[in-house]
Write a protein that binds this ligand. Structure first.
Ligand code: CDV
Length: 308
């Protein structure tokens, strides 16, 4: 038994003018609650420190730099790191990263129980568009403000297990989980901001959005025999609604628990990382059952090409 008690720390909405310090105070309150419940690890959403700014169009790209962090930790987040160290708790959260070379990424970090950043992941599957689109009900300008991640999908051995990260839209792509699975991942940490309306499909039902979310994380967990901790930023930000759906999924693809509301809150579950062994050694024993000689197209071709 290799038990890790994980807290999925959902954030309710963050308004456009809400300061990072106020958000960090909310994150610390959730961390304290997780500590009272004995959590080893707390996981926060994608772009946890600000509103989901890719919905706002800045004609001058540089103006959007106000949403980015030039260092991590920094003045605003130092108290979060300090509190995590005090509790001896690992953590993961997402933020917009501006590197010293001037590159922009949608990033998540993994911090160990001693407060050291042991893992960095930069979002690879960036959804949306890069120019203002008057046809959409709302903008989703991730392709304008970020470049695709350049670090691949690494895993890290820490806190007694093998951990990987991905961010929001990455969860819809089987390649994400499989690349992590091929490195023996036992727990995938995943933050998201998912608008409850599809900007190009009119009123796609909220239930359908939630169905696709659950389908993606449950399939990724089952097919790679890994836990998945999926954490939302939810609720209405400046008139734009983000769905909830924070959940923890086990290596059989079963949802162990889900947060039923759209406010700040935690979901705590004990996860036995040894429970990932059965699937990895039977149905999804990759070494015995995968047939890579037939998978070439996956890396040779990007878009689908149907026969004439
Ligand atoms: N932040 C995201 O990546 N959101 C996407 C939306 C645009 C579909 C998602 O996959 O949830």
């Amino acid at each position: 038994m290799r038990k890790i008690r994980v807290a999925a720390a959902q954030l309710g909405p963050i308004q456009r003018d809400e300061k990072r310090e106020a958000v960090v105070a909310r994150m610390i309150a959730l961390m304290d609650e997780a500590a009272r419940e004995g959590a080893d690890l707390v996981v926060y959403p994608e772009l946890a420190l600000t509103t989901f700014f890719p919905r706002w169009y800045h004609e001058d790209r540089a103006e959007a730099d106000v949403w980015f962090e030039r260092a991590m930790p920094n003045e605003a987040t130092a108290p979060l790191f300090a509190r995590a160290r005090e509790h001896g708790m690992g953590m993961s959260f997402g933020y917009a990263e501006l590197t010293p070379e001037g590159r922009h990424f949608n990033t998540a970090i993994l911090v160990d129980k001693a407060g050291a950043i042991v893992g960095t992941y930069r979002k690879i599957h960036l959804p949306g568009h890069d120019e203002f689109d008057p046809e959409r009900t709302h903008q989703h300008l991730e392709k304008r403000y970020f470049e695709p991640g350049d670090l691949g999908f690494p895993v890290w051995r820490t806190m007694g297990g093998v951990f990987g990260m991905c961010i929001c839209n990455d969860r819809r792509w089987p390649e994400t989980y499989r690349v992590l699975g091929l490195q023996g991942v036992e727990m995938v940490l995943l933050g998201f901001n998912t608008p409850s309306v599809n900007s190009q499909k009119g009123a796609e039902a909220h239930d359908q959005r939630m169905f696709h979310h659950r389908l993606s994380v449950q399939a990724g967990a089952y097919q790679n025999s890994t836990f998945v901790v999926a954490v939302a930023k939810a609720g209405t930000e400046d008139g734009h609604h983000l769905m909830g759906g924070t959940c923890i999924v086990d290596p059989d693809g079963v949802i162990l628990g889900e947060i039923p509301h759209e406010d700040d809150g935690i979901l705590v579950r004990d996860c036995d990382l040894d429970a990932t062994r059965f699937g990895k050694e039977t149905v999804f024993d990759f070494a015995r059952h995968r047939r890579v000689e037939h998978y070439g197209l996956i890396t040779q071709r990007t878009g689908a090409v149907a026969p004439e």
